[in-house]
Design a binder for this molecule. Structure first.
Ligand SMILES: Cc1cc2nc3c(=O)[nH]c(=O)nc-3n(C[C@H](O)[C@H](O)[C@H](O)COP(=O)(O)O)c2cc1C
Length: 385
């Protein structure tokens, strides 16, 4: 990517907590007009939009769709209290938003084919066009200072949604967009996850987020469990989250006794004129990312990347030997480290693919290992008596 993404695209965020202030009907109409400017196959307009400003209409829709979801979840064997929590949270979200727009698909203007395959393709085109129209609507809402959230529910129960609102039988509800002003101070947790342990023994390096999550250390398991809790709280209690799966973070103020403190430990030893100990052959690799770059990722995640796990690392593997050589070189220290038996359960290689963080947060690391290590050593040196 060379040019910057236009600001109005970056400004759109899915928001699930709205202020109760009503949304003016003519503003909703303007959003629908923006939606209708979307590209559609052969100049068709295969959509109908229903604006829902009346709380009773949103309650009827929530109840109709909720009854179906309740049946489906119960049929899936989900325990009753969990079903209640999920359905209630979804209803609260829809009724609590000051306005909603329901996008329906119609066959108005679509071509007809004698065979099922081409007819299905024609419907597929129409659905893509409806998706583009919904995106237009959400971007226009952002431009007007409104927040929005696309809710998947109607696509799973179009008939129930249509019946709840008494819509024409030829309209097929597909997409629901909640609209309103963003609630001030809506809560979000940005959690420091462990990219170094989340994936277990990596099958590919640099490791992307879609890699299976199979930690092989208690530390990684407990971090992973927190992600499960965050998913639950987002689903049921509207608490937004982003998990930053961190590589090996290092930098000034690092605690040499804390987790993954190899840079700090080496700094302490080298400055004291003692040889550090390397466990194993020193060829094991890690992805060292500087603390300033990581702090920037946290700041960016404050209002972006909702509901996601994003790797924060450099994608570069550096062996512990290379790290030692670099640090000793910066300090002009001669001599060799001590080697001891490897510690059980340690990964041989680790590096994270942060392409998603770049896309979702506009983040990438900018501090080279040499610069970061130099600044870390400067800080430790300034601390020594
Ligand atoms: C087809 C579709 C269905 C979605 N359904 C839901 C939903 O049911 N509930 C919800 O909270 N968010 C839903 N979302 C919103 C996504 O969770 C959200 O877009 C995603 O987290 C990315 O965040 P962003 O929109 O802020 O970039 C949906 C998005 C799409 C495109």
């Amino acid at each position: 990517m060379t040019a910057a993404v236009p600001g109005f695209l970056e400004a759109r965020r899915s928001i699930r907590a709205f202020r109760p202030d009503p949304v003016a009907a003519d503003l909703l109409d303007a959003l629908v007009a923006a939606a209708c400017l979307a590209p559609a196959p052969h100049h068709s307009r295969p959509w109908r939009f229903v604006t829902l400003t009346d709380a009773a209409a949103r309650a009827a829709l929530a109840d109709g769709m909720g009854a179906r979801w309740r049946r489906d979840l119960t049929g899936d064997g989900v325990p009753a209290p969990e079903v209640d929590a999920l359905v209630d949270a979804s209803r609260r979200r829809l009724v609590g938003a000051p306005a909603a727009v329901l996008g329906c698909l119609t066959d108005d203007g679509l071509d007809r084919y004698p065979d099922e395959a081409r007819q299905r393709a024609e419907w597929g085109m129409a659905l893509l066009a409806l998706g583009a129209a919904v995106e237009n609507l959400m971007l226009a809402a952002t431009d007007a200072g409104l927040a929005s959230c696309w809710v998947a529910a109607p696509i799973f129960c179009p008939t129930e949604a249509r019946d709840a609102l008494g819509l024409d039988r030829s309209w097929l509800p597909e997409a629901l967009v909640l609209e309103g002003a963003r609630a001030a101070g809506s809560r979000k947790v940005v959690f420091a996850g462990s990219g170094g342990t989340l994936y277990g023994v990596p099958r590919s390096i640099p490791t992307p987020e879609r890699h299976r999550q199979q930690p092989i250390a208690p530390y990684g398991v407990s971090k992973k469990v927190v992600i499960e809790y965050l998913r639950y709280y987002r689903e049921v209690h509207d608490l937004e989250y982003t998990v930053l799966a961190l590589a090996n973070v290092y930098g000034p103020r690092q605690d040499p006794y804390g987790e993954a403190g190899v840079v700090a430990i080496f700094a302490g030893k080298l400055l004291a004129g003692q040889p550090p100990t390397i466990y194993g052959d020193g060829k094991q690799t890690r992805d060292f990312v500087f603390v300033d770059d990581v702090a920037d990722a946290f700041a960016r995640a404050a209002d972006r990347g909702g509901g996601m796990v994003l790797n924060v690392g450099t994608g570069v593997e550096t062996s512990v030997d290379e790290l030692y050589d670099l640090m000793a070189g910066v300090l002009g220290v001669e001599g060799t480290p001590r080697y001891e038996a490897p510690r059980p359960g340690e990964l041989r290689r680790s590096a994270l693919d942060a392409a998603q963080a770049r896309l979702q947060l506009g983040w990438k690391p900018w501090t080279s290992l040499e610069e970061g290590v130099t600044r870390t050593l400067d800080w430790f040196e300034a601390q020594s008596p």
